[in-house]
Write a protein that binds this ligand. Structure first.
Ligand SMILES: *Cc1c(COP(=O)(O)O)cnc(C)c1O
Length: 353
């Protein structure tokens, strides 16, 4: 630390992303990326005209992209906010609606960035324990008198609550903002976008990183009432109105138009998830009921760390979290069928030994 870092940030604990090693070739199943390339339409969108226009600043309204997302979900552009990855969307949202002394609640086991942002923006965060079976109990979020953020499906458990359950949280907390992070919703359903017109306290957050094979592009978005989106735009224009570059805008808009391609990718990932879960159970693993593009599993004879290290030695990267309640688990991204066969094969050898 230099002598110059503001005292505000001296005790900040930064988020630790999953490893992105460059030293050797791994079967990479640790950060929930898609095994499939983006839609071929993405490459087509990056045409000569788009490249030549890079001498100009991009559209600060991000019109092309917001309009495309809005059309996809039957909304208007004013109900859509975009940023450089949903991490940025979550950061802007926590800053805008809870910053400097506001209060927020999230599950005790969830996406690791929520507590980091809470600290960064001076937010009082309460962590609500998941139930014994790792599910979110909506009733735990009734009458908390604070804003709420829930990943649905949750990470790293993969477990989901229903739209009805989300609605119950919205109804009981009409004066609190409820942010639902649907990073993995494409792998299980439609999510709660349909509730936006009825609940002005709902913000739905999504990303192109998982189901749209575009983690490298960095695009996330939020959907909510025009008023909520205008608030987020105010923060964005106070920070960086050009946070989405011209190439990204075109590429992401092309991706969202190619429904067929992504429907096929998603259904393949869901199939592979189900067969992988069955194979793991046959090997004696406990596997949570994942609705996402990963499985969360533990084995009675091995610690989570032992499983993680053994797989890494064999050239397979999965994610292990040191947190007490989940330290026996590993999270395995659902890759291609071949990749999952390789994982199962290595685990089988390990268990037989
Ligand atoms: C991956 C993930 C994100 C971040 O997505 P980006 O758009 O790549 O920043 C947000 N929330 C959850 C729950 C995630 O798992």
């Amino acid at each position: 630390m230099s002598r110059f870092l503001s005292e505000l940030y001296s005790s900040l604990e930064a988020y630790v992303p999953g490893e992105q090693p460059r030293d050797r070739k791994y079967i990479k199943l640790n950060t929930n990326e898609s095994p499939f390339p983006p839609s071929p339409k993405v490459l087509q969108a990056l045409d000569k005209e788009t490249i030549n226009n890079l001498n100009l600043y991009p559209d600060p309204e991000i019109g092309v992209l917001r309009q495309s997302i809005a059309a996809h979900y039957g909304l208007s552009q004013e109900q859509v906010f975009t940023a450089n990855g949903s991490d940025d969307v979550i950061a802007f949202s926590i800053m805008a609606f809870c910053g400097r002394g506001g209060a927020l609640a999230c599950p005790d086991i969830t996406y690791g960035f929520y507590p980091v942002y809470a600290r960064l923006f001076g937010v009082d965060l309460t962590e609500i324990p998941l139930k014994e079976d790792f599910s979110v109990d909506p009733e735990d979020y009734f009458g908390l008198e604070r804003n709420i953020i829930i990943a649905n499906p949750n990470a790293p458990t993969g477990m989901a609550i229903t739209t009805k359950q989300v609605e119950s949280i919205l109804q009981v907390n009409p004066d609190r903002l409820v942010m639902i992070d649907e990073a993995y919703m494409d792998f299980c359903g439609k999510g709660c976008v349909e509730l936006i017109d009825r609940y002005d306290n709902l913000l739905v957050i999504r990303t192109f990183s998982k189901s749209r094979s575009l983690a490298g592009l960095r695009i996330g978005f939020a959907m909510g009432s025009k008023e909520l989106i205008a608030d987020l735009e105010k923060i964005r224009f106070s920070f960086n109105p050009y946070n989405i570059n011209g190439l990204t805008m075109r590429a992401a808009a092309a991706a969202i138009h190619d429904r067929d391609y992504y429907d096929r990718c998603i259904s393949q990932i869901v199939n592979t998830r189900e067969t992988t879960a069955l194979k793991l159970k046959a090997l004696g693993f406990t596997v949570l009921d994942s609705k996402a593009n990963f499985v969360f599993a533990s084995h009675p004879d091995f610690s989570g760390e032992a499983l993680y290290l053994a797989l890494k030695e064999q050239g397979i990267l999965v994610r292990h979290f040191g947190k007490e309640r989940i330290k026996d688990f590993i999270r395995i991204t659902v890759g291609s069928e071949e990749e999952m066969n390789a994982v199962i094969c290595k685990l089988q050898e390990m268990i037989k030994r």
